[in-house]
Design a protein around this ligand. Structure first.
Ligand code: UD1
Length: 416
């Protein structure tokens, strides 16, 4: 894995276009197999997780080509309905293929996804939803077998608004007879993007972005073109980096309401933020103050994925910033590494308390996971001296050329 060498202390200035959203493109790639059709996806980020999805689609028998940010998928020749361990282990979110393969083939076998760096990530809600639609599911030797002679529309009430379970339920429901109503559904913008792709595919559905989603089956079309939405967590990353380092940045072609909670937290810390209809400008003098407590919640609450980023921005903020992580058990893995830079952070269970320090000092640190890695980069930009971020391959799972983007804003960053 590569290492990033960052010399902190430079102000960041400029404007950026932001990549397509990882969490939107992955379920949409899975959805592309529901019907025999050709899909053209624009604004596809070049990420290792997207490559893992391409490998799965090819294994299933689809033809996939990539040209710049355009990915073409032809799912007409799909021949397989199982995904082996070598492909599943690359990316936990490939569990989203379960509902899609079931919809297409009425039978699916997947190697079970294990836990991940954020702690145990159960899939009980995904399986309950598929069972409700008529699937019989069994587990043996690390595989999950899923079969449904018929999928029949039903009422699915999710115990938690899980993003992945909502997506799996939607995908399987596309092939169900009659109407499926999913309640307590996740409301994330990526689910709205999935719905807009599926509607282009001929699916009769509504409600994405609200807690109740209705799916009524589909009349497939042959060709679909879709542009992937902008990545709101990458937007949050850049805003946090500039807030911490100081400077002025304009994010272009973005949907400000998708990351409003992050913008408003940064505003509360003293940044000046100007939101237009599809751009956001942030100005920071790098001297922040602690804001109100940050409680992670399902959308429209504060996103868990942005918690490590805002934490990095709060390390030098005057006063104490309180974080409460409500989504994942193990989402403070960045903390011991941030402490190596001189951060003052106390963790008690789900709560982390960050007391601002006047200076951070560069140090060697390890990226332990995707957003934790981005959090270290953010902190390093506001530290004095040089930081080496090891194992930065984690960052490539979700960021396309983050180093080059920061470099274009004036950061001193080298990828080795
Ligand atoms: C998605 C995102 C991830 C983000 C997360 C929460 C993708 C590819 N990933 O992950 O970046 O951090 O949403 O916003 O979109 N849970 C269960 N049982 C289940 C499923 C989930 O208990 O069957 C729990 C999880 O352990 C977790 C919570 O529900 O505590 C939320 O997880 P979920 O919304 O499912 O996250 P993912 O879809 O895995």
């Amino acid at each position: 894995m590569s290492t990033w060498r960052i010399k902190g202390g430079r102000r960041l200035h400029g404007s950026l276009r932001i990549q397509g959203a990882k969490n939107a493109v992955l379920p949409i790639m899975a959805a592309s197999i529901i019907a025999e059709c050709e899909t053209e996806l624009l604004n596809c980020p070049n990420l290792s997780d997207v490559k893992a999805s391409v490998d799965i689609l090819r294994h299933l028998g689809c033809q996939v080509t990539r040209n710049g940010d355009v990915v073409n998928i032809d799912s007409r020749g799909m021949t397989r309905n199982y995904i082996p361990h070598e492909l599943m282990r690359e990316m936990r979110s490939s569990v989203i293929f379960l509902g899609a393969i079931l919809a297409r083939c009425r039978e699916a076998t997947l190697s079970l996804p294990g836990g991940c760096e954020l702690g145990p990530r159960p899939i009980d809600l995904h399986l309950d939803a598929l069972r409700k639609l008529g699937a019989e599911i069994s587990e043996r030797s690390g595989n999950i077998y899923c079969r449904a002679d018929r999928l029949v529309g039903t009422q699915i009430n999710l115990e938690l608004p899980s993003v992945g379970a909502t997506e799996n339920a939607i995908l399987a429901a596309c092939a169900a007879e009659g109407e499926t109503v999913i309640t307590n559904a996740a409301r994330e913008p990526e689910i709205v993007d999935l719905q807009s792709y599926l509607i282009k595919m001929g699916v009769d559905m509504e409600g994405a972005g609200t807690p109740t989603i209705t799916v009524r089956g589909f009349k497939p079309v042959e060709r679909i073109g879709h542009r992937i939405m902008t990545d709101r967590i990458v937007c949050a990353t850049i805003l946090c980096a500039v807030a911490a380092a100081g400077g002025k940045v304009e994010l272009l072609s973005v949907e400000p309401k998708d990351f409003e909670t992050v913008s408003s937290a940064l505003k509360g810390m003293g940044c000046q933020i100007d939101c237009r209809s599809n751009s956001v400008t942030l100005v920071s003098d790098g001297r922040l103050k602690a804001g109100r407590p940050i409680l992670t919640r399902p959308y429209p609450g504060f996103p868990t994925d942005a918690q490590p980023l805002l934490m990095a921005a709060s390390l030098k903020a005057e006063g104490t910033t309180v974080f409460v992580e409500n989504i994942f058990e193990n989402r403070y893995r960045q903390v011991p590494e941030l402490r190596r830079l001189g951060a003052d952070i106390r963790v008690e269970g789900r709560v982390a308390m960050v007391t601002g320090v006047p200076e951070l000092h560069g140090a060697p640190v390890n990226a332990t996971d995707l957003r934790g890695g981005a959090s270290l980069v953010t902190a390093a930009l506001s530290a004095t001296g040089e930081t080496l971020v090891f194992d930065s391959g984690h960052i490539d799972r979700g960021y396309e050329d983050l180093d080059k983007q920061l470099l274009s804003l004036g950061a001193d960053i080298k990828k080795e």
